[in-house]
Each structure stands twice: as structure tokens, then as C-alpha cells.
Design a protein around this ligand. Structure first.
Ligand SMILES: [Mn+2]
Length: 336
């Protein structure tokens, strides 16, 4: 069910969640693969909250935590296995885009006696027994704060820091439209006197390595215009990562470098994955719904930022996606 913050329905779901949370002793949390700031932020915020109220919380994460986030307190508790000898009362799934991306994480999620799903992505089906789907929230961290706020429990610094990072990264450092009044209000409440925002900014955004700079540069150099420059696209192959000793994480955010080219409506990044698959990231300047494009290929995300992994060679996938982008731009132009 989609709900809007500050409505009776929202309050009711929060009450139900709090009741379950209150009764649970062993909890685990799970997010989408290749966790970003909001995914890791919400998982760790929940972990620190649970610790503060004397509950056991296992944070599941299956890939290395990105360098930009691996300073967050508790990042090293992330594990890729659930202990066999524990009966979990509750699992909380946060931050998913497409259920398909979750793979066998869905089965793991269902290992708990009770399941809750919290998300801010658009049109995600709730996979839990309780679902809090708030599409207007800036981030899952913001929704999580709405829940914590109701408990009145003073949030430890590590918890507030994780929430801050989730909201900061999902709003593009408070530049996107999802930097709503509520998002800022939540920030005002979690800052306290102990979060040093410029230190957090530097460690998240100005903390780079040579491989990352080279991968970003390579992608920028390859940028190609399509449809009179209304589409700009670039690509990365597996061999690029090998050649420069770079990782998947080093390529994070590379699409930002090309999505700011003037005159472009859509920016696309094609990233080759093993097994003849290509991961496609789409960004819209503001007029085109790129989520609708991703959905044609069973992907998802948001109107202005979406993604999908498509079967096929780099060339095949590029052709299909560029064609779908052109169609969307044409449809938009016809309406003008
Ligand atoms: Mn998010």
C-alpha cells in the first residue's frame, strides 16, 4: 500500500511496525545488491537503533561496502550469512528497486517469522507482511526516521550519522526535488551538535582514488550523442575494469558526469556484466520519464533516475535502449 507521511494510514502502519519491533529480539535487515548510501545507511541506522534498545540485529550485505561508506560506524558488522542457530522474529527489507535484483535475498527475507518491507521507490510491490511504501520520501532513511521518531528513543550518534548519509546521498547532497521540507526537517532533527557535515561531505564525495578517476575519465571520453544530442550515452566493458584495476564501486556516479551536458534529455550508461548481460543506468534532465523506459525491459527506479539489467551483448542492448529513448523523446516532443 502506498501511503503519504502524516496521514492516519501512515501512523497506523508505523504503530504496527513498532509493535512488531518492540516484541522482536532477533532481527535481520536486508537491502538491494551493491548497496548505496541509503541502503547501507538505513541498514546501519536500524542496527544502531536496535543496539540502543537492547535487540540483536544482523545486517546482511553481500558485496564489499563502498569505500565512501566504509567509515560508518558498524559497517564491519555487515555479514553475508545468517547464523543457523538463531530464530529470527523479524526481517526488515529496505531499499529495493526491482524485486528481480534481489534474487535469493527474497528467500532469505522469508526465513524470519515476520517480515516488514520499507521503501521509497516508485511502484515497488511490498514483499513483507507489513509494507510501508512512501514514494514521496527522499530516502528510506527518512522513512526510518519517521518510525524512530515515534518511539521517543534518543538516537545514538552512529544511528543519526547513518541516517544523514542516506538522506544526503539520495538527495544528491540536497540538490534534487526530493529534498523536501520534510527531508530538511528530519536533517534538522538528526544533526544535533555532534555531526560535522563538511567532514561527512568530504569523506563521501571528495574521497576518491586513481582507479576511480581513470574509470570516470574513460567514460566521459567515450560519451556519444544520439538524436541531435538529446541523448548522451557512454559505456564500460568488463575489460576496462580489469585493465585499470578498478571495481564496480569505482564506477559509481559516473553517469553524473555526462547527465549535465546541456541540451540532453536523457543520459545513459551501459555497463557490461558477466554472462552476456548489460546494466543500464538512465537519468532524465526533467522532461522524460526514464522509469517508463526501464520498465519496458522490466527495470525500475524513479522518474528521473532508473535502471535495468538487460540480457544481450553490449551492442544489442545499446541499440534497444537508445531506440526506446528516442521513442520516448519523440512522444514528448509531439505533445509540446
Ligand atoms: Mn534510496
Amino acid at each position: 500500500m502506498k501511503v503519504q507521511w502524516h496521514s492516519p494510514e501512515y501512523d497506523e502502519i508505523i504503530n504496527q511496525i513498532l509493535e512488531k519491533l518492540d516484541k522482536a529480539q532477533n532481527i535481520f535487515t536486508i537491502a538491494h545488491p551493491y548497496a548505496d548510501g541509503d541502503a547501507i545507511g538505513s541498514e546501519l541506522a536500524l542496527y544502531h537503533y536496535c543496539k540502543a534498545v537492547g535487540k540483536n540485529c544482523v545486517v546482511l550485505n553481500f558485496e564489499p561496502v563502498p569505500e565512501q561508506l566504509s567509515w560508518l560506524e558498524g559497517y564491519d558488522v555487515c555479514t553475508d550469512k545468517l547464523p543457523d542457530n538463531v530464530d529470527f522474529d523479524l526481517a526488515i527489507l529496505m531499499e529495493t528497486t526491482e524485486a528481480r535484483r534481489l534474487g535469493n535475498r527474497v528467500d532469505l527475507f522469508k526465513r524470519a517469522k515476520f517480515t516488514i518491507h520499507i521503501d521509497h521507490h516508485i511502484n515497488v510491490d511490498g514483499l513483507g507482511q507489513i509494507n510501508l511504501m512512501d514514494e514521496k520520501a527522499s530516502s528510506t532513511c527518512e522513512i526510518l526516521y519517521n518510525i524512530f521518531e515515534k518511539t521517543g528513543v534518543p538516537l545514538p550518534k552512529a544511528c543519526r550519522e547513518a541516517l544523514y548519509v542516506g538522506i544526503m546521498t539520495d538527495t544528491g547532497n540536497f540538490r534534487y526535488n526530493n529534498s523536501t521540507a520534510r527531508a530538511h526537517e528530519v536533517i534538522a532533527k538528526i544533526l544535533g551538535n555532534d555531526l560535522i557535515v563538511d567532514d561527512i561531505y568530504k569523506i563521501v564525495y571528495e574521497n576518491t582514488n586513481l582507479n576511480r578517476v581513470i574509470i570516470h575519465g574513460l567514460t566521459m571520453m567515450r560519451t556519444k550523442p544520439y538524436y541531435n544530442g538529446k541523448i548522451v550515452a557512454s559505456w564500460l566493458k568488463l575489460e576496462d575494469f580489469e585493465r585499470f584495476g578498478a571495481s564496480e564501486v569505482d564506477a559509481d556516479g559516473v553517469i553524473r558526469n555526462i547527465s549535465c551536458i546541456n541540451g540532453s534529455e536523457i543520459a545513459v550508461l551501459f555497463k557490461e556484466n558477466p554472462d552476456n548481460r548489460v546494466k543500464v543506468s538512465l537519468r532524465s534532465y526533467g522532461n522524460i520519464d526514464v522509469m517508463a523506459i526501464a520498465k519496458k525491459f522490466e527495470g525500475g527506479g524513479h522518474i528521473l533516475a532508473a535502471g535495468v539489467t538487460v540480457d544481450g551483448s553490449m551492442e544489442e542492448v545499446q541499440n534497444k535502449i537508445i531506440e526506446a529513448c528516442i521513442e520516448s523523446i519523440k512522444a514528448y516532443e509531439e505533445k509540446q
